[in-house]
Design a protein around this ligand. Structure first.
Ligand code: NAG
Ligand code: NAG
Ligand code: NAG
Ligand code: NAG
Ligand code: NAG
Ligand code: NAG
Length: 363
């Protein structure tokens, strides 16, 4: 999605849609913006004078880290070129900031004394899968948020505790998901895997993810729409892959799916199952930057349809409305058809009858 669309969606849906206000950050609100790059985690760098709280805070604090007195359960060890985890992690730690270092591995007992950990930030290190012992995280039974974006992982870490609700693994080198990896993660609601090297999903790979709400698989190497995804998802992102179509049945049973993003693929008309999007839950469908020449059939409940930068040359009202009658019309509010082969005068006369609640159309 380009920036213009982004701003448009943001302005339509309001700021609460893109960001999550998480008040569980040691008492201080933490904004995580899902749209503008993950994540915007806090650092104390440049915000406070560490020598002050080192002087006044009597609690133990590893010499490579900062322990602000106002947030006694937070430990800031981020952005300081560390190649190893600082020793002496205080057992009180619930929020551990280690992002922006050069860590490649952890000793198997690195978190043995940190059983109270709830948020663990490891973004932008160089962590290798071989450097993470299978039991490394398993004792962290209160861990809720694990951030590991922008590392060098080739697989999803093993032995994650069942308490995890949000797992961020975007921009790693993950090629394969091993069967059973997520077996215990019934509480996981958000899983970020964009910017990896996934090609296929096997039947057991995502098994166990019964609460998953958002799954981001954008910018991977999928050539076919992956099967066996968790049907509980309401937001499914598969942009920037090489999908040629949406085959019959791949979205069958996805009765909660609301936001589906398939922009920047290689979708062609003949790859599209005519009933592919027959899901009355669907609110937003992004098919921009593909090679479609026709508007695919979409449910009349759809509100946002992005088809810009395709090769559409005809506007077929029946794709949006099965019939046009006082009771039957399309709920589309925003329709983007710019960057296609259509001109405004090519719209058929009955389009206004179908798109009765349209807020904006781009041609
Ligand atoms: C955990 O705590 C025990 C007791 O305080 C200590 O002996 C041990 O070295 C600590 N382990 C780590 C990895 O910090
Ligand atoms: C991690 O990957 C980057 C490229 O993505 C590479 O430059 C770096 O050397 C890798 N680090 C390790 C420890 O393999
Ligand atoms: C999953 O979440 C529920 C409800 O918040 C909680 O009671 C349960 O302990 C969690 N499961 C695990 C394995 O932590
Ligand atoms: C998808 O590609 C576009 C254009 O190349 C880029 O701006 C965007 O960041 C990519 N998305 C992801 C998730 O990598
Ligand atoms: C769409 O789904 C509904 C209910 O799930 C079903 O009755 C209908 O036959 C489907 N339409 C097509 C074209 O598959
Ligand atoms: C529009 O689509 C319907 C069904 O997909 C088809 O029967 C009809 O011929 C199409 N109309 C035009 C003008 O292409």
């Amino acid at each position: 999605m380009d920036l213009k669309t982004l701003l448009l969606v943001l302005s339509v849906l309001g700021p609460s849609f893109g960001s999550t206000l998480d008040v569980d950050y040691g008492g201080v609100p933490l904004w995580v913006n899902r749209f503008l790059g993950e994540p915007s985690v806090l650092s104390l760098r440049g915000r406070m004078d560490p020598s002050w709280f080192r002087a006044v805070n009597t609690q133990s604090c590893p010499s490579d880290c900062e322990c602000p007195i106002q947030w006694p359960t937070a430990l800031y060890c981020d952005s300081r070129g560390l190649t190893e985890m600082p020793p002496g992690l205080p057992p009180r730690t619930q929020y551990l900031f280690l992002q922006g270092n050069s860590l490649t591995r952890f000793s198997p007992d690195a978190f043995a004394n940190a059983t109270k950990l709830r948020w663990l930030f490891l973004d932008r290190n160089q962590l290798l899968s071989g450097g993470l012992d299978a039991g490394l995280f398993s004792g962290l039974t209160r861990l809720i948020h694990l951030f590991m974006n922008h590392n060098n992982l080739t697989e999803v870490p093993k032995g994650l505790p069942g308490s995890i609700r949000e797992l961020r693994l975007a921009y790693n080198h993950i090629e394969k998901i091993y069967p059973g990896t997520f077996q215990n993660l019934q509480n996981l609601t958000l899983l970020l895997l964009q910017g990896n090297r996934l090609k296929v999903v096997g039947e057991p790979d995502f098994r166990g993810l019964s609460s998953l709400n958002l799954l981001d698989l954008s910018a991977n190497l999928f050539k076919k729409f992956p099967q066996h995804l968790p049907p509980s998802v309401s937001q499914l992102y598969l942009s920037n892959n090489s999908l040629a179509g949406v085959e019959r049945g791949v979205l069958q049973g996805f009765s909660s799916l609301r936001y589906l993003r398939l922009g920047r693929n290689r979708l062609v008309d003949r790859g599209m199952d005519p009933a592919a999007f027959n899901l009355s839950s669907l609110v937003e469908l992004d098919l921009s930057y593909n090679q479609l020449t026709q508007i695919p059939v979409v449910p009349t409940t759809l509100q946002y349809l992005y088809l810009e930068a395709n090769q559409i040359a005809v506007f077929n009202v029946s794709s949006l409305c099965r019939e046009v009658s006082p009771a039957a019309y399309s709920r589309i509010r925003i329709l983007r058809l710019d960057g296609n082969k259509l001109l405004p005068h090519q719209l058929p006369p009955d389009w206004v009858m179908c798109l009765r609640v349209l807020h904006r159309i781009y041609i």
